[in-house]
Design a protein around this ligand. Structure first.
Ligand code: ANZ
Length: 816
């Protein structure tokens, strides 16, 4: 028996594909366009099992679209700025580009060997000056629109990476990247005004809901965090301007017994009396050490200081003390709250700690919080609340009080979002320089467009060590420049941009990667966008996906795009794990992709990853059998050698039973791929391979045209997952490369009509007869046929029939 030489097959076809370039997307093609996007990698080391999985899944879709006759854009590039390269450069005393571009080349070669249908002519790297020139251009355009601005405020600071972080990069109070405890610092930084799009970013999620994973949509909704409430103005004694609080429960206003201001907000320092100022300052020193998560947590002991002033409740004129505390955040709402201890547990804990009054204003039927120190939050009947008394539902309560406040001019209904503006400055080297010059005379001056890209200075090794200011600030020659406006001495902004800025628009650059007149050719982007599918990891549920959506909306408003959403559909893959655990160095359970490819070949590894289960599920590599996959590929390959009819033989007149199986498999495979049920699609191809084998060995024989038809269908279906094997089969079947563009097999609809199905007749639960019947047989006809069957008659043996249950066309159940 012949053996399938995997290595030889891989060596043979890779150069042929290089030559043919079958996956180059033609912008001017008359075919309908499809855009298949997968998240581009960060160039650390070689590709790993995770990359292998996501690109294998993604490639099923891209290759399927080609076979279905679409013009497919399936580009790839590298997200090549970022900290790991900078840290490696410090370790190895070299330039970050050395590490970055060496890894890119390694990954590029690996992707090619791995046979993913990328259009390599569109390759891009975000760290190339030709790319980041346009990232700078976009920054300046955003700034012109008021969407990029600088402000001083307390920011998240990673003491390990010595850089600020966006809120999105702080996970459970820790740096998303290195896990260090995040602290707060007061800094002047650049922000993108993503909050201006908060409502739209939320609303459009409704349209994405059917085609995006539910957990991503939910994560984005929660992150944007819309809440409806009211602003209420409190007069503060000894001050002209009122203090406005944000509350979602204006209906509890009569229960407000004190006010709390964020200790680190400017407002606290403004309000504090002279006697209390030293106490506030001592307290602030403590607060700066706490993380945001600590501050908001309900089970943490409450701390705070009295500010020495009183506020006046606008609805009943009551004097209430004003406190500062850290459980109120400076950058949420207005940074000040009315405390209603009876109905908010944090306020209640604070009241208990500092002996402040508690007043129930909603009687929920539960025990009185004034006594139990357990706040009640349910609906109930309003008490102690003036005009609200007797009202029994929250909606009416809120509506009534807001109307009253609006009439008196002391408050108004409002909407608040949890989403903050996107802090984009980073105090690191390996990123996009912010194209702004700071001049004493002219202030912030943009680098003129014709001077972009503003390139990074050459720094390496120890120059890059984190010192709390950006390494660029220490590069004197680079930092000190003439002001573009007045020519006087000025300094360049020494921060670089968050790398999430780079990845917020790369999918647009792919549409015209060599374009020199702008970030992308508007016409080409209109032709390709939105991406029809975006395959990638659920870890990007908020950050990257939210930022990319924001960029898309801004670019639409700039007239550069005609879509407001970048990704029409999305698929999140699971993780590849090993022996039940996430792969990690410390557990020593890592699986090396290169070794797996060398042992089993590319196709067997790809097939294993796609066949493992639904794409969203984790894959435990220890439970997989790439050797089994290889055996299956060998069986498929052997079919192609057994076919004896010549290429081009028409299938009509061939064995009908096999033709039906082939037609059904091809038909169902399309539906399965479109439903992302790739594993089931492969199972069906396996069945087709078995049926074809049987036809050759003990059925119609190898010369029957139905056998050729089946083997060709196997090759085309397999081309979505196992490109090398499929190509080799195609050649052995007498065709020219490449099978990847052979086209989806035509299906004769007549072959899909089931001529008969097998109905089972049971008596007392035991099968007594099988009948071949028409698929649309009526219940009455089926019953009649069954009862007339000699086997059934014999089995009943004259006993009285008590009941006949008929489920046409498959089952008749007789009870005697
Ligand atoms: C009075 C009140 C009574 C409240 C009550 C709640 C329950 P969301 O839904 O997250 O928007 N709050 C407002 N600004 C805050 C800040 N900067 N830091 C911490 N807490 C703040 O929550 C809004 C509620 O959280 C507001 O409604 C306010 O407390 C508090 F029975 O006002 B509430």
């Amino acid at each position: 028996q012949e053996t399938y030489d995997v290595e030889q097959v891989q060596r043979k076809w890779l150069p042929v594909w290089e030559e043919l370039q079958p996956f180059r997307a033609d912008d001017d093609s008359p075919r309908e366009k499809r855009y298949a996007l997968t998240m581009f990698p960060y160039p650390s080391g070689d590709l790993h099992m995770g990359h292998a999985e996501v690109t294998a899944l993604h490639d099923v879709i891209a290759r399927y679209w080609w076979q279905r006759g679409y013009e497919v854009l399936n580009p790839m590039g590298w997200d090549s700025f970022g900290l790991p390269a900078e840290n490696a450069a410090i370790r190895n005393d070299e330039h970050p580009a050395t590490y970055t571009y060496a890894n890119i080349e390694t990954q590029y070669d690996s992707f090619k060997h791995y046979g993913i249908s990328f259009d390599w002519s569109r390759r891009l790297h975000t760290s190339d000056p030709e790319y980041y020139r346009w990232t700078q251009w976009l920054f300046l355009k955003f700034r012109e629109r008021g969407l990029a601005y600088r402000k001083n405020s307390p920011v998240n600071w990673c003491p390990n990476d010595q850089t600020v972080l966006a809120n999105e990069q702080v996970v459970d109070g820790k740096c998303e990247r290195c896990g260090a405890e995040v602290t707060k610092r007061e800094l002047t930084q650049w922000y993108f005004k993503i909050t201006e799009y908060a409502q739209e970013l939320l609303d459009c999620l409704d349209d994405l809901e059917p085609t995006w994973p539910a957990r991503v949509v939910t994560a984005q909704r929660n992150w944007i965090g819309r809440s409806e409430g009211a602003h209420v103005d409190f007069r503060v004694e000894g001050r002209d301007e009122p203090v406005t609080v944000y509350t979602t429960r204006p209906d509890t206003l009569y229960g407000a017994t004190f006010m709390v201001v964020a200790a680190d907000a400017k407002l606290a320092a403004e309000l504090v009396s002279e006697e209390q100022r030293p106490a506030l300052e001592d307290y602030l020193t403590e607060v700066r050490k706490a993380t945001e998560v600590d501050r908001l947590s309900t089970d943490r002991p409450k701390t705070g200081v009295f500010l020495g002033v009183h506020a006046v409740n606008p609805v009943n004129g009551e004097r209430i003390p004003v406190w500062a505390a850290d459980y109120v955040l400076a950058d949420y709402g207005t940074g000040a709250i009315m405390a209603v201890p009876a109905h908010d547990q944090r306020d209640l804990d604070f009241a208990k700690k500092f002996g402040l009054p508690v007043r129930r204003v909603v009687d929920t039927g539960e025990d009185n919080p004034e006594e139990t120190y357990v706040a009640t939050t349910r609906d109930g009947v309003y008490v102690n609340s003036g005009p609200l008394d007797g009202i029994t539902d929250k909606g009416t309560g809120i509506h009534t009080i807001v109307e009253q406040l609006e009439a008196a001019g002391t408050g108004r209904g409002t909407v608040n979002f949890r989403l903050r503006d996107w802090l984009l400055s980073r105090q690191r080297y390996w990123g996009v320089p912010i194209p702004i010059v700071h001049c004493e005379r002219d202030g912030e001056v943009p680098v003129p467009y014709d001077q972009l890209p503003l390139e990074l200075p050459e720094l390496r090794g120890a120059d890059l060590k984190p010192k709390g200011v950006s390494p660029l600030a220490a590069a004197e020659d680079w930092v000190n420049v003439e002001c573009p406006t007045c020519g006087g001495p000025a300094k360049r902004d020494s921060d670089t941009m968050d790398t999430f800025v780079d990845s917020s628009w790369y999918f647009l650059r792919y549409c015209s990667p060599d374009y020199t007149e702008g970030p992308f050719d508007v016409e080409k982007a209109k032709a390709w966008m939105p991406a029809d599918i975006y395959v990638g990891g659920v870890e990007h549920a908020v950050l990257h996906l939210l930022y990319a959506r924001f960029f898309t909306k801004v670019l639409r408003d700039m007239g550069m795009l005609d879509v407001g959403e970048p990704f029409a559909a999305q698929l999140n893959q699971g993780f590849v794990i090993n022996r039940g655990k996430k792969m990690s160095k410390s557990l020593g359970n890592g699986v090396n992709l290169g070794e797996q490819l060398a042992e089993f070949g590319v196709d067997a590894v790809r097939l294993t990853l796609v066949f493992a289960g639904p794409p969203e599920d984790d894959i435990d590599w220890a439970e997989m059998s790439p050797a089994g996959s290889l055996r299956f590929l060998q069986r498929a390959w052997r079919l192609s050698g057994d076919v004896t009819s010549p290429a081009g033989t028409a299938a009509d007149g061939g064995d009908v039973a096999l033709r039906r199986i082939t037609a059904r498999t091809v038909h169902d495979a399309a539906e399965l791929v479109e439903a992302y049920r790739f594993n089931v699609m492969i199972a069906r191809v396996m069945e087709l391979v078995n049926a074809t084998r049987k036809a050759i060995d003990s059925g119609c024989g190898p010369a029957d045209p139905a056998v050729r038809e089946a083997a060709e269908a196997v090759a085309i279906l397999l081309s979505l997952v196992a490109p090398y094997t499929a190509e080799e089969m195609w050649a052995r079947l007498g065709h020219q490369p490449t099978v990847a563009r052979a086209g989806w097999p035509a299906v004769d609809p007549a072959l899909l009509v089931e001529e008969s199905v097998t109905a089972v007749v049971q008596i007392q639960g035991k099968v007594k007869a099988r009948l071949e019947v028409a698929p649309d047989i009526s219940e009455a006809d089926l019953e009649q046929l069954a009862m007339a069957d000699p086997g059934v008659v014999k089995a009943i043996d004259g006993r009285p029939v008590r009941k006949v249950i008929v489920r046409a066309p498959k089952l008749v159940n007789v009870v005697v």
